[in-house]
Design a protein around this ligand. Structure first.
Ligand SMILES: [Zn+2]
Ligand SMILES: [Zn+2]
Length: 165
């Protein structure tokens, strides 16, 4: 058994990247982003994040700031048991609706399976946590910071590819 280099979870299999093992794509990208962030000038990076967030909301076309908000749902119906975390890039108002929609979904469809009482409260807790974090801070989410870093990496590598031609 190995441990994920990013989240330190014990994993079977996983994926190998730069001779480190990760539990999945999410952790690999997060680790790549973290390494990149360390190499970027802090003030420049902060400005880039602010710029990325000061966009019009893609959902309601209202003013920003925008960020990633994660909807947590559990669907437990007879033989169907699944849970999902789906993030959306939008303004806070749309984000609130997005997260709340997940809570309502779980409240209705999360209980009708033998494991429903385990999965549903877990996903609802995640949902409430997301709502609480939206309320208390205006700071960009970790997902937003990583998205900007990965964007920057993509731009950088395409510039380097252009120069080497
Ligand atoms: Zn991991
Ligand atoms: Zn919106």
């Amino acid at each position: 058994m190995a441990r994920c280099f990013h989240c330190r979870r014990w994993i079977l299999g996983g994926i190998l990247h730069n001779s480190q093992r990760y539990c999945g794509k999410g952790c690999r990208d997060a680790a790549t982003a973290d390494q990149l962030i360390a190499t970027i000038d802090a003030t420049v990076f902060e400005r880039m994040i602010r710029f990325a967030r000061e966009q019009v909301c893609p959902t309601c076309h209202g003013p920003g700031p925008i960020d990633f908000y994660t909807r947590h749902t559990a669907t437990c119906l007879l033989i169907c048991l699944s849970w999902k975390d789906r993030s959306k890039l939008c303004c806070r108002r749309c984000g609130f609706r997005h997260v709340l929609g997940g809570l309502v979904w779980t409240m209705i469809f999360g209980w009708w399976h033998i494991f429903g009482p385990v999965v549903a409260p877990w996903q609802m807790l995640n949902g409430f946590r997301q709502l609480a974090s939206m309320r208390k801070s205006d700071a960009p989410s970790a997902e937003m910071v990583r998205a900007v870093a990965l964007d920057l990496a993509a731009i950088r590598s395409s510039v380097e590819a252009g120069q080497s031609k």
